[in-house]
Design a protein around this ligand. Structure first.
Ligand SMILES: CSC[C@H]1O[C@@H](n2cnc3c(O)ncnc32)[C@H](O)[C@@H]1O
Ligand SMILES: [Zn+2]
Length: 429
């Protein structure tokens, strides 16, 4: 099957207008061949009462944390990580990560995500899982050296570099990589100074958590008498193509630095709310010219991987943070979830137009929740959920057809994930 016609629906154009059009995608080249009156294809997908739009991008997650969904809730970040998450993750095995990642991808494909940014452990398994499921991902081994002896820390840093070098461009270019020190407080200055240049030499971007909580920012300022992103910049950690997660507590100078350097911020509104980390200054970031994408963060701090929810949350909390209902408007969050995510991860999706990557979803507009339709973009931002997604395609390949996964066996994936999660929690004691 090389060409697919998506027939009978409306199309969300790059300028955010909507009109009646069919779309022809080419599974050989992975691109959109035509939009409008299109010739016949090898396969037809029905889009009646649907909207054809660019696939959503979940630009910051820890996919296999689906195994820890609902395991520990209602604590602030630092206590949640130290008391619950890190002790349990210490018992992770490679097969857990495969099972949790498969579950995450099933959830993401079903809710219209076509690419994700992942930072976790056992990333050889993640690369294999992404290749098999057909999604796109920029993956990275997450490096935490705090609390480790010198040799274990060195191994962790080397593993981060090895994963970045060995998987980049695999799966026909669907798997890309990054170098991912977990944060500015969990990897030391000496280690960052030694390894960031190696990542630069390897030509991979950086992905790290930054400015997430006051408890993380204040000690950096107290110890160094400089803001976290000034410190990161001094270590060459802010470049074009790099992306940092959260960016909640930022001052104007840091926002200017991000804009100047071309570093994206992945806004994670649900995780920031659940952990009470704070309200990111999203409209101010956009006004400063910073690229902003959306991420769910891991399923343990969200607790789902639905980027539609993230759009709605981003719009709602963005207005609250700005004290302005016009801030972070519907069109803005749709752009953040599509173009912004692709830009942050360095993929070429995000537009329904001839020649663009065929990362495409069809969203049903026939649910009571979506009726009437005065404004399609309004519904995408404020009313739709992942359960409204009918079809998902990546590089022109159908991964969800009429709500049924084509590359993952959902029952088997759920069963394996539930069983590995139970064993993991037992092992962790
Ligand atoms: C070293 S792999 C990634 C690491 O990050 C942890 N994590 C999950 N959510 C967050 C968050 O919001 N801030 C910081 N770190 C987070 C995850 O459990 C892994 O240990
Ligand atoms: Zn995270």
């Amino acid at each position: 099957m090389t060409t697919v016609v998506i027939r009978g629906g409306r199309v969300l154009r790059p300028d955010m207008t909507v009109d009646r059009a069919d779309v022809l995608v080419d599974g050989e080249t992975g691109t959109i061949r035509a939009v409008g009156d299109v010739p016949a294809g090898d396969e037809v997908l029905d889009a009646t009462e649907g909207l054809v739009m660019p696939g959503l991008v979940n630009a910051h997650t820890h996919a296999a944390m689906t195994l820890l969904r609902g395991y520990a809730d209602d604590k602030p970040l630092d206590r949640w990580l130290r008391e619950d998450i890190w002790p349990t993750e210490a018992a992770l095995e490679p097969a857990d990560v495969r099972a949790g990642t498969d579950l995450a991808m099933a959830e993401m494909i079903r809710s219209g995500t076509t690419a994700f940014g992942d930072m976790y452990f056992y990333m050889n398994e993640v690369a294999e899982a992404v290749e098999a499921a057909g999604l796109k991902a920029r993956i990275a081994h997450g490096i935490v050296t705090v609390g480790k002896d010198a040799s274990a820390a060195q191994d962790d840093l080397e593993e981060g570099l090895y994963i970045a070098k060995s998987h980049d461009g695999t799966a026909d270019g669907r798997v890309r990589t990054a170098f991912a020190p977990h944060s500015l407080t969990t990897v030391s200055e000496e280690q960052l100074a030694a390894f960031v240049p190696k990542a630069r030499a390897a030509g991979v971007p950086l992905h790290f958590h930054a400015n997430e909580t006051r408890d993380e920012v204040d000690p950096i300022v107290a110890e160094r008498d400089e803001r976290p992103l000034a410190y990161a910049d001094s270590l060459d950690m802010l470049s074009q193509g790099d992306f940092l997660a959260h960016g909640v507590h930022l001052d104007e100078t840091e926002m200017g630095l991000l804009a100047d350097r071309g570093t994206s911020v992945v806004h994670c509104p649900a995780s920031n709310m659940k952990l009470a980390s704070g309200m990111a200054p999203v409209q101010r970031l956009l006004d400063a010219g910073v690229g902003v994408a959306l991420g769910t963060d891991g399923a343990a701090s969200n607790n789902d991987l639905d980027v539609f929810d993230e759009m709605r949350d981003a719009a709602m909390i963005g207005k609250l943070a700005a004290g302005d209902p016009a801030a972070v408007a519907a069109e803005t969050v749709v752009r953040m979830a599509t173009e912004g995510g692709n830009r942050a991860l360095g993929f070429d999706g995000g537009r329904i137009e001839e020649g663009a990557a065929a990362d495409v979803v069809v969203v049903d507009f026939d649910a009571p929740r979506m009726t009437p339709v005065h404004d399609y973009v309004s519904h995408l931002a404020y009313a739709a959920t992942g359960s409204d997604v009918r079809h998902t395609l990546v590089d022109g390949r159908v991964l969800l057809r009429d709500r049924k996964l084509t590359t993952l066996d959902l029952d088997a994936v759920r069963e394996r994930a539930a069983s590995r999660a139970a064993d993991l929690v037992d092992r962790a004691g």
